[in-house]
Design a protein around this ligand. Structure first.
Ligand code: NDP
Length: 339
């Protein structure tokens, strides 16, 4: 095979926000699959905020990426060579991991993708972020008609789905997003009832009070920072806080002070952390439930597409600054055969 493999390698650990120098692009011969393995050529690479945690050498629910190793990230790829009877060249699969143009993966870890929805959707609305939103609402938030739900990072991969699920349950849904275009999308395309532009408002407390006159029953936490401080005093009795992520704090070098927690007792609040992989059964469940909604357009989503593996580091740095608008995916290659 004449192709080379290109990989984005972690060269050094960032102190604060990552920089381009933390990464390097390296080339080597394409590896060959062993018995039971499959070689894929990457079509789409998912970039997600959790990857910032893997760049640091600190204890987490997943081990950090080693210096000199490829960055990890979920991909959609075309099978080039298969040493497992379940896969054939030309098939499109989900589940190979790496910021790489070619990846060898044990066949057991790959999921064949059906034709129908655009393949990139399996990294976003029909994939891990969509499943996160589904699990958050089903297992923790459980919104009810008439309740008020606040969704942070509302135009993003997870927030956009979470808010639409809360709307389906009959709740009043208020998004928080980082500019006026994002807020317009949140209200007009996703159907949220209101949206606060957190970078434009002078007084976040007053904006929340205006948008949530009956208080907040569910807060879907994706960002942390000032918004978290502003939400806590407005939570209603028996309110729920879904702790999904705190992207505004991922580049911090020391932890910020948390909110005063006496209200958790007084208001009998439930605060629960979520890691989507804790309930693996939710992935297939969500794909089955959501695929018809994506097909008929009743579940809206937006992608932010960046072309070229070499541009993944810059796109990732921008994601942590809120410069993406929708699910961030890298178009690494085009389909060559089959499908
Ligand atoms: P998004 O597509 O929402 O992109 C991240 C968004 O975060 C940005 O667009 C921006 O939106 C906001 N943001 C970034 N930096 C800042 C900042 N400094 N201050 C405030 N907002 C900021 O990402 P995802 O939907 O993929 O992820 C959303 C959250 O969900 C993250 O915290 C992520 O870690 C978490 N997550 C957790 C999972 C789990 O299993 N627990 C699984 C998947 C995701 P804006 O401009 O609107 O502020």
């Amino acid at each position: 095979m004449s192709d080379n493999r290109r990989s984005v390698i972690l060269r050094s650990r960032p102190k604060g926000p990552p920089t381009i120098d933390n990464f390097s692009l390296e080339t080597e011969p394409v590896p060959q699959p062993a018995e039971g393995e499959v070689l894929t050529r990457t079509l789409w690479l998912s970039l997600d905020p959790y990857m910032r945690g893997r760049m640091s050498d600190r204890a987490s629910y997943v081990p950090p990426t080693e210096i000199g190793a490829p960055m990890m990230g979920e991909t959609v790829g075309e099978v080039i060579e298969s040493r497992d009877p379940r896969f054939s060249p030309g098939e499109v699969v989900l589940g190979a991991f790496g910021w790489q143009s070619h990846i060898v993966t044990p066949a057991d870890r790959l999921v064949p993708l059906p034709k129908g929805a655009p393949y990139s959707a399996y990294l976003g609305v029909l994939g891990m972020p969509g499943t996160t939103a589904y699990s958050a609402m089903k297992d923790i938030g459980q919104p009810k008609a008439g309740e008020t739900v606040v969704i942070s990072a509302a135009s993003g991969a997870v927030g956009s789905v979470a808010g639409q699920l809360a709307k389906r349950a009959g709740a009043r849904v208020v998004g928080v997003a980082g500019n006026s275009d994002k807020c317009m999308f949140v209200q007009e395309s996703l159907g949220f009832d209101d949206c606060i532009d957190h970078r434009a408002v002078m007084d976040l407390d007053a904006a929340l009070q205006d948008a949530c006159p009956d208080g907040i029953d569910i807060y879907f936490e994706n960002v942390g920072g000032d918004l978290q401080q502003a939400v806590f005093p407005r939570l209603n009795t028996f309110g729920r806080v879904i702790m999904c992520g705190m992207v505004a704090e991922y580049n911090d070098t020391k932890p910020r002070p948390g909110p005063n927690l006496m209200s958790v007792v007084r208001k009998r609040l439930k605060i629960e952390g979520l890691i989507v992989t804790d309930k693996p059964e939710r992935f297939a469940e969500w794909r089955e439930l959501a695929a018809p909604w994506v097909a008929d357009g009743t579940l809206a989503y937006r992608e932010h597409v960046v072309d070229g593996l070499e541009n993944a580091p810059g796109a990732f740095i921008d994601l942590l600054r809120g410069h993406n608008f929708g699910k961030l995916v890298i178009r690494v290659g085009e389909l060559t055969r089959g499908q």
